[in-house]
Design a protein around this ligand. Structure first.
Ligand code: GDP
Ligand code: MG
Length: 177
């Protein structure tokens, strides 16, 4: 059929947080454009990307915000978190430190964001299984204790990326509608 003006029923702001180099920008590139670049330089100036999709016959515009090199502790401003209804808390499963920092990212998120925000813990780079430094059970335990969803993903191989974002967006939809 021909063109029509698509009516947007909902806009959901989702923020990506976590240490530098864990793969936040590549997860976003994979989800929004089905792209991945091996040599990803910190994207300057791009605040968010959108993807419009259907949930329960409604049109939802996901507005996914990415940090542009503000990953130092407390450097992410409150404007970044404002209005967010979802968050992806990303660590690199081959870097233990990036997982150990999840607690303080979560604390910062909870200090700024809405009480009902849906949070997904993501262990990215699961394609690098032989270099794993964070056991799945450790992350599961943390997620259960903190009441978060949890998935292991690979932006490189497109494993669970769609699924992780769709889980968060669907959960948001059920809370809001
Ligand atoms: P950010 O700083 O969190 O935005 O991280 P980037 O998305 O820029 O990724 C940092 C580095 O990790 C880049 O060299 C990416 O190519 C690489 N990377 C990102 N996701 C994956 C993944 O799923 N698997 C592998 N093997 N490398 C990844
Ligand atoms: Mg980035």
């Amino acid at each position: 059929h021909g063109d029509f003006n698509q009516k947007i029923d909902y806009v959901f702001k989702v923020v990506l947080i976590g240490d530098s180099a864990v793969g936040k920008s590549q997860l976003l590139a994979r989800f929004a454009r089905n792209e991945f670049s091996v040599d990803s330089k910190a994207t300057i100036g791009v605040e968010f990307q959108t993807k419009t999709l259907a949930i329960d016959h409604k049109t939802v515009k996901a507005q996914i915000w990415d940090t542009a090199g503000q990953e130092r502790y407390r450097a992410v401003t409150s404007a970044y978190y404002r209005g967010a209804v979802g968050a992806m808390l990303v660590y690199d499963m081959t870097k233990r430190q990036s997982f150990d920092h999840m607690a303080r990212w979560l604390e910062e998120l909870r200090g700024h964001a809405d009480k009902n925000i849906v949070i997904m813990l993501i262990g990215n780079k699961c394609d690098l299984g032989s270099l794993r430094a964070v056991p799945t059970e450790d992350a599961q335990e943390f997620a259960e204790r903190e009441n978060l969803c949890f998935m292991e993903t690979s932006a490189l191989e497109a494993t669970n990326v769609e699924s992780a974002f769709m889980t968060v967006l669907t959960e948001i939809y059920h809370i809001i509608s």
